[in-house]
Design a protein around this ligand. Structure first.
Ligand code: ZN
Length: 57
């Protein structure tokens, strides 16, 4: 019997403009494969789009 997996993974939120990792978040991959958030970036000193990036470990 196949069990449905509802695993949560930790992702790094990376600024699209300067590529620095500013936030960490957890997502449910089954529901949200990709996450995009508008967050404040300390390096850019403004709100930028942050993309989620899976941590392999
Ligand atoms: Zn930035």
């Amino acid at each position: 019997m196949a069990k449905k997996k509802w695993w949560r993974i930790i992702v790094a939120m990376i600024c699209k403009e300067c590529w620095s990792t500013n936030y960490f978040s957890t997502i449910n991959k089954a529901i949200t494969p990709k996450l995009e958030l508008k967050k404040y970036c300390k390096k850019c000193k403004k709100q930028t789009t942050h993309n989620s990036k899976e941590k392999l470990k």
